[in-house]
Design a protein around this ligand. Structure first.
Ligand SMILES: *Cc1c(COP(=O)(O)O)cnc(C)c1O
Length: 421
């Protein structure tokens, strides 16, 4: 569900005609709908209502401060994977006691930062990390709240790059071995064992893998508690998929119902870490057609956004629907929609049938709110694009377009290379 609809042939974000935004700030830009973001959070969070739970938005999907504030005001916590994301979450006003920290490669500095800020818990991904956290907490004279991220060896049936809960993946501690780690953790003086955690992958389109994970976690918890430890928190991770093309993921309501049913009588606090499902379809990338190049074998629609702005098609071969912002009755052509980057992997869509556009026409690359801007780069010395939030008949820039000066702001020429004056 989203609030991007045609009105008299012109695509609108809520009540704002998209050409108006393009006219005001130029292209390309990411565009998010405030109403959609609120709606998505509530649709996800409400079905868990009666159960003690915390919905921690996975920042890596979209860490813009304004978006974090929208969720934060609705009661969201944050799932972070770096010190930078912790900084962002705090700046956006997410209370530290609602922040969970995942990630296989936390540095000393990041662990110290998290402990000093008193976050809710660290999800520990290796035996060595457990020992390191204990040492750092000891030095800071603190008790570090931890869960062990277990790898339940479940096939989430998604793209291999975003499967994370298989034995061959780098994430978590093997679920069988984790029991011994809990026993060790218990002996470490500076740890407070809070819970168990897993996250099996992203863009999941079935409930079964989640339920399988819940089943395995429940068994593990029983075994851990059999050793005399108390587990207060079950972190089930994120991963619920969205519709990019024809996919039919479970509605968040069904997802919640299935999970709650699998949990049975459960009084522990449940943590959920949704990313994509909250922001993916609440955002689009708006780009302008620069050239239409017709070839013998292929046609190319060359636009002003590239793989540096939206990496998913190049990285995963992902599908994003592409819509003309202004409907037209031109005949249709089949073309690749490509960016200006000097790489053949720079495409937003392959062999797509679209009404023949002309230079200057706007295209909307849909479902780009998750892992869109957050994965963007300055490759080819391209300033990162603006981000815009629509609300009713108004819109606000929530991240300015970068300038050329921004591109070089942190670089320094060593004295020996400076021209003698
Ligand atoms: C990426 C990630 C998420 C969010 O995944 P989505 O598929 O966007 O919901 C949640 N938890 C962890 C640990 C992650 O790495």
């Amino acid at each position: 569900m989203h609030h991007f609809k045609y009105q008299k042939g012109v695509l609108q974000a809520e009540a704002v005609p998209i050409p108006r935004i393009a006219q005001a700030i130029g292209t390309p830009f990411y565009l998010y709908s405030h109403a959609t973001l609120e709606h998505h959070f509530q649709a996800f969070d409400r079905p868990f209502g009666r159960v003690p739970h915390l919905t921690c938005f996975a920042l890596k999907a979209n860490p813009n401060l304004a978006i974090l504030r929208i969720f934060g005001r609705l009661g969201a916590g944050a799932d972070i994977v770096s010190g930078g994301e912790l900084y962002r979450a705090l700046k956006a006003g997410i209370p530290p006691e609602k922040i969970v920290y995942s990630g296989v490669g936390k540095t000393d500095e990041e662990i110290e930062f998290a402990l000093k800020k008193k976050i809710f818990m660290l999800n520990v991904e290796s035996p060595e990390e457990l020992r390191l956290i204990d040492r750092i907490a000891g030095r800071l004279k603190k008790k570090a709240p931890v869960a062990i991220r277990v790898n339940p060896d479940i096939d989430p049936q998604t793209h291999p790059y975003i499967s994370t809960g298989l034995k061959k993946n780098k994430f978590g501690i093997n679920i069988q071995e984790s029991l011994a780690e809990y026993a060790l953790a218990r002996e470490m003086p500076n740890l407070e064992i809070k819970g168990v955690d897993c996250h099996i992958g992203s863009q999941l389109l079935l409930t079964e893998p989640f339920l399988e994970a819940v089943g395995k976690l429940k068994k593990l918890v029983a075994a851990i508690e059999g050793q005399g430890l108390t587990i207060r928190v079950l972190d089930l991770g994120g991963g619920l998929g969205i519709t990019y093309d024809q996919e039919e993921p479970p509605h968040p309501r069904e997802y919640a119902r299935a999970i709650l049913q699998a949990l049975g009588k459960e009084t522990r606090t449940i943590i959920l870490e949704p990313g994509r499902v909250l922001v993916g379809n609440a955002g689009m990338l708006v780009t302008k057609v620069l050239y239409v190049k017709r070839g013998e074998e292929k046609n190319f629609i060359i636009v002003d956004a590239g793989m540096n702005d939206l990496l998913r098609p190049s990285l995963y071969g992902s599908f994003h629907q592409i819509l003309p912002v202004v409907k037209k009755n031109a005949r249709r052509i089949q073309a690749d929609v490509v960016g200006p980057i000097c790489e053949s992997g720079d495409f937003l869509a392959k062999d797509r049938t679209l009404p023949l556009p002309r230079a200057g026409d706007l295209l909307a690359v849909m479902s780009a709110g998750a892992y869109g801007f957050s994965m963007s780069s300055n490759y080819n010395a391209r300033p990162r694009v603006a981000e815009v939030l629509s609300r009713g008949d108004d819109f606000q820039v929530i991240r300015k377009r970068e300038t050329y000066a921004n591109l070089i702001a942190l670089e320094q020429i060593p004295a020996f290379l400076k021209d003698k004056g």
